[in-house]
Design a binder for this molecule. Structure first.
Ligand code: FPP
Length: 241
């Protein structure tokens, strides 16, 4: 932890937690076991980010494309999420973590939706860290959803096209009110965005590691932050500016 410069912490870390299936295969276990171990890595990551003072952590827990997986795997992911919410709510409350969700959860089992709604409500006053779970999330769907809402609103009021600025549009996304991610971490050696936070990651620093998500440790997280801190973020300007 002492390798991290407190003054240069990323404000917002987003993570694509990939490689649960390959981890299971490597250990000759069922895929579901990989997800179970993945949930343990989620617990460690949330705790460590909270301890470090990261203000926003966003985890890609279930993409809109994940609905296409075998039914038993989808069910296992839902039940893991249910367990996670039941077991972690107390710690979230004690440590000041606010839970939020981005994505479409209408198709999620009622038991999971109920737990999500009450956890969001019960942690809404917490201010230490915002933990956002991307569930039923797709970056393109999010953009389409925002455009639809803007068009819908424009039917009842005259909208000046010039009033639709980048800032205005950002506030119509699921992530309204949140800063864009400073650092994206993706595990398991895949170098893609996979439809995650497409608008929000225009200037995000990307960090890819070969570590499979269930093996992702506190040291790996620290390594990613140290790597981020060594980078120069120019946002399209020159070094001298
Ligand atoms: C990718 O691994 C991971 C997912 C599809 C889901 C992420 C879920 C978890 C980490 C566990 C539960 C989450 C919470 C919040 C409790 P993969 O199956 O695509 O791996 P593979 O590419 O090796 O097959």
């Amino acid at each position: 932890m002492d390798r991290i410069v407190k003054e240069k912490l990323p404000r917002h870390i987003a993570i694509i937690m990939d490689g649960n299936g390959r981890w299971a295969k490597k250990h000759m276990l069922k895929r579901v076991m990989g997800h179970e171990r993945g949930a343990d890595a989620v617990r460690m990551t949330v705790r460590t980010c909270r301890e470090l003072g990261i203000r926003y952590l966003t985890l890609y827990a279930f993409s809109v494309e994940n609905w296409q997986r075998p039914k038993n795997e989808v069910q296992a992911l839902m039940s893991l999420l249910e367990t996670y919410l039941k077991t972690e709510l107390r710690e979230m409350k004690e440590t000041g973590i606010q839970l939020t969700v981005i994505g479409e959860i209408d198709e999620f089992p009622e038991s999971v939706r109920d737990l999500l709604v009450s956890a969001i409500e019960e942690t809404s006053e917490n201010r230490e860290m915002v933990l956002t779970l991307a569930l039923g999330y797709g970056g393109r769907d999010e953009i389409v959803h925002a455009v639809r809402n803007i068009v819908r609103d424009s039917r009842s009021a005259d909208v000046d096209p010039e009033s639709i600025t980048r800032e205005f549009f950002s506030q119509r996304l699921y992530t309204a009110g949140m800063p864009d991610p400073d650092l994206l971490i993706r595990t398991s050696g895949e170098n893609r965005l996979s439809n995650f936070l497409l608008w929000q990651m225009a200037y995000t620093e990307l960090y890819f590691t070969d570590v499979l998500w269930p093996d992702f440790s506190k040291d790996d997280l620290i390594e990613a932050i140290v790597d981020y801190q060594a980078r120069e973020r120019r946002f399209g300007l020159t070094s001298e500016q």
